[in-house]
Write a protein that binds this ligand. Structure first.
Ligand code: ADP
Ligand code: MG
Length: 235
C-alpha cells in the first residue's frame, strides 16, 4: 500500500539513487514519470530555470528544501513537479485521500497554482483543487477528503480544521509553503502554527522571493536538515 511504498522511496533516496541528477539542465533528463515528462513537453517547458535545476533533484530525493528566487523565476514548477512525482512514486490514488497540501497567501495564487497542478497532475490520475472562498464551504466539506492535492490559503485550511468533521490529513506525504517569507510573518503566523500542529511531519518544501533565514521563523515549520537554495539570476 501507499505507506509501504513511501518507505521504499525514502530508502532509495537515502541511498543516493537520485543524487546524479544535480547536473541536469533539461526536464527530460530528470527521472520523472512518463506522463509528467509528456505534460511538460506539451506545455512547452524544456529547459529548467535556475531554481528548478537547483531545487528539483533535492526535492526528488525526499529532502526538505528552502528555496529563494525572485518573482517570475519558475518556483511553481520547482515544487509542483516534486509533489506529483512523490505521489506517483508511492502509487497514490484517488482513494488515498489528502496526500499534499500547498499553502499560498492569496486565493488568486491558489487558483493559479491549481491550474499548473491540474494540467500536469490530472493525467497522472490525481484529484485536487483550489479550496478558496468563492466555493461554498459546505460543498468543500463534502469533497475535501477526496482531494489528493489541496491548494489553499492558510485561513481556509484553518477553517476546515475548525469546522469540518473528519477532515483527514493523517496520511499526508508532502507539504508546500509558497511565498514563505509572507507566510512565516505577521498575520499568517498563528494560522501556520495551527496547521503545523494539525498535520504529521512530512517532507516540506518552502519557497519565497527573498531569503527567509530567521531561525525563529523556520522553527515554526520544523524543517529537517533542509537544503538551503538561493538563486540570484544575473540581470
Ligand atoms: P515564481 O513563482 O518564481 O514567481 P512562476 O512559477 O509563477 O514564478 O513562473 C513564472 C512564469 O515562468 C510562468 O509563466 C511559467 O509558466 C514560466 N516558466 C516557469 N518555468 C519555466 C521553464 N522552465 N521554461 C519556460 N517557462 C517557464
Ligand atoms: Mg510564485
Amino acid at each position: 500500500d501507499a505507506r509501504k511504498n513511501a518507505r521504499a522511496v525514502v530508502a532509495k533516496a537515502a541511498a543516493g539513487e537520485y543524487s546524479q541528477y544535480g547536473a541536469c539542465t533539461r526536464f527530460d533528463e530528470l527521472p520523472l514519470s512518463k506522463k509528467t515528462k509528456e505534460g511538460l513537453r506539451k506545455a512547452g517547458y524544456k529547459v529548467m530555470s535556475e531554481i528548478q535545476r537547483a531545487a528539483i533533484p533535492h526535492a526528488l530525493c525526499g529532502r526538505d528544501v528552502l528555496g529563494a528566487a525572485k518573482t517570475g523565476s519558475g518556483k511553481t514548477l520547482a515544487f509542483v513537479i516534486p509533489v506529483l512525482e512523490k505521489l506517483y512514486r508511492v502509487k497514490w490514488t484517488k482513494m488515498d485521500g489528502v496526500g499534499c497540501i500547498i499553502i499560498t497567501p492569496t486565493n488568486d495564487l491558489a487558483g493559479q497554482i491549481w491550474d499548473v497542478v491540474n494540467r500536469l497532475g490530472t493525467p497522472l490520475g490525481f484529484s485536487g483543487g483550489a479550496i478558496v472562498k468563492r466555493n461554498g464551504i459546505d460543498d468543500e466539506k463534502e469533497a475535501i477528503n477526496r482531494l489528493n492535492i489541496i491548494v489553499c490559503t492558510p485561513g481556509r485550511l484553518v477553517q476546515h480544521f475548525d469546522e469540518t468533521p473528519n477532515f483527514d490529513c493523517s496520511q499526508l506525504q508532502i507539504l508546500v509553503i509558497d511565498e514563505a517569507d509572507h507566510m512565516l510573518h505577521r498575520d499568517f503566523q498563528s494560522q501556520i502554527d495551527i496547521i503545523i500542529s494539525q498535520i504529521p511531519k512530512v517532507q516540506t518544501l518552502l519557497f519565497s522571493a527573498t531569503q527567509t533565514k530567521s531561525i525563529k521563523d523556520l522553527a515554526r515549520v520544523n524543517l529537517k536538515n533542509p537544503e538551503y537554495i538561493s538563486v540570484h539570476e544575473q540581470a
